[in-house]
Design a protein around this ligand. Sequence first.
Ligand code: NAD
Length: 299
Amino acid sequence: MTVPTGFIGLGNMGNPMAGNVLKNGYAMTVFDMNRKTMENLVAAGAKAAASAIDVLKQADVVFTSLPGTPEVEDVYLRPGGLIDSAKPGTTLVDLSSVLPSTPRKLEAAAKAKGLRFLEAPVSGGVTGARAATLAIMVGGDAAVLEHVRGILRCIGPNIHHIGPAGAANTLKAINNMMSTVNACAMMEGLVLGLKAGLDMKTMADVIKQSSGNSNALARVERALIPRNFEPGFKVALMNKDLDTFNTIARTLHVPVSFSNLAQRYQQTALAAGLGEKDTSVIFTLIEQLAALQPAAPAK
Ligand code: NAD
């Protein structure tokens, strides 16, 4: 039997994740402050709520997929927010990428009210969210994970219990640091190759079979050749994830380097007003630094 489920935050990730849960037969109530994001889900059978709190009236398990710590802490912890208003026994699962201190606070506040809480940041991008192939990193009580495992299974097959609240967002920040460092290094390499007269697709095809291969090369055909920089994963969100990584590093006195180099590019993109573009837009900034004339987008 499926439990009534709610979803708050229906952006690039939340929308396809909610859609996949809905497709698996769960009664679904949705809310996003941008009402347009609810339309396709309502057309597919979800119920639109008037507010985040309204979702609680309809659902026993409520997921959130919000930009970051400020939004998550506001939605959960403000007076009259999710934790104040949920009926005892409700399970709240935050899929957002946030500071590890956030799930620790939310779990304690939720338990004090007789609620269940899990952090469950995800990885795999919008492509993985649409295909229901996300990796899900879970922090919190293992028993709560078992309670919602069936629903999580609708958004991704790789569900990992990492440890207590905060552990999953620590791992998520490490993953995103590594993924963006790979991507920035890949884009610097390709710009150098283009300036040397090499062909972008040839470079990508050969490096995919060589020791420089990484997931970052998937951007070549998805974003760089068509020059499609719509998100995807927004620069502002990656900048936030590098802030998280650097905050953890400072707290633990780990002298990290590469996250700072990658964050210089995110900061440059933010300064250029590109915060809402996909992180692949950094390619255009590297082109400018190299005084490389951009190629016309492929047809
Ligand atoms: P997004 O900006 O596309 O979506 C966020 C949604 O939250 C928006 O629709 C916004 O209107 C809504 N929202 C904001 N504040 C709200 C509030 N108070 N109440 C209700 N709705 C509110 O972001 P996204 O790319 O979907 O990312 C969501 C989370 O997932 C972030 O923490 C991000 O870091 C993480 N993430 C993103 C990706 C990716 O590839 N995009 C991959 C893995 C993890």
